[in-house]
Design a protein around this ligand. Structure first.
Ligand SMILES: Cc1cc2nc3c(=O)[nH]c(=O)nc-3n(C[C@H](O)[C@H](O)[C@H](O)COP(=O)(O)O)c2cc1C
Length: 170
């Protein structure tokens, strides 16, 4: 696991290569094994490989989401907030588990923040996605995770640059 964390970087450029169903199944299994508060699992996960829909979703924000159109897979991380008061934490845990599992399977990925973000002056990114995917009223969309085989090389963050000052002495 530490080796995966050492190599982990956000990857936003992807090869035009399909991800096998078997790999997608492993991502699904990993996400469903995520811990959640009281085991409620308030998340819903939409796995999207349709290129037209990925392009639509890539326009959820004016910046920071465009690269989703070049991805082979996008996972939309949705929650029913009435199921848990800590759905944000639960969704975040499932999201990072998805990303790290993807990396272990040779995939690059990047988180696209949706909650608290705007599509334009009059519409939230959440509303834009709810409409695009015809999600039930009241669904919360925390983020989308873009996946694909990396088409960029990013050096790991060197250990010497880690912010050890943020580890407080007791
Ligand atoms: C909560 C969260 C929200 C993020 N939102 C975005 C985003 O909307 N668009 C994007 O391109 N990257 C996003 N990122 C990726 C960060 O920009 C990235 O993790 C950070 O710059 C550090 O780079 P690294 O992941 O390569 O170490 C997000 C990451 C997190 C954890």
């Amino acid at each position: 696991m530490l080796d995966i964390l050492r190599d982990r970087r956000s990857i936003r450029k992807y090869k035009d290569v399909k991800i096998d169903e078997q790999i997608i199944d492993q991502l699904k299994e990993a996400a469903l094994r995520s811990p959640s508060s009281r085991g409620i699992n308030p998340w819903r996960l939409l796995f999207i490989t349709d290129k037209d829909m990925l392009e639509v979703l890539s326009r959820a924000k004016q910046s920071g989401s465009g690269f989703l159109k070049g991805a082979s897979l996008g996972v939309v991380v949705i929650a029913r907030d009435e199921e848990s008061d800590v759905w944000i934490e639960d969704c975040s845990i499932a999201s990072i588990i998805l990303q790290l599992t993807g990396q272990s399977l040779g995939l690059g990925s990047c988180w696209i923040q949706i909650r608290n973000r705007m599509h334009n002056d009059g519409q939230t990114s959440e509303d834009y996605i709810r409409k695009a995917l015809d999600l039930p009223e009241g669904s919360k969309v925390e983020c989308m995770i873009a996946f694909g085989y990396p088409d960029e090389i990013k050096e790991p963050h060197p250990k010497s640059e880690l912010e050890y000052g943020k580890i407080l002495e007791s």
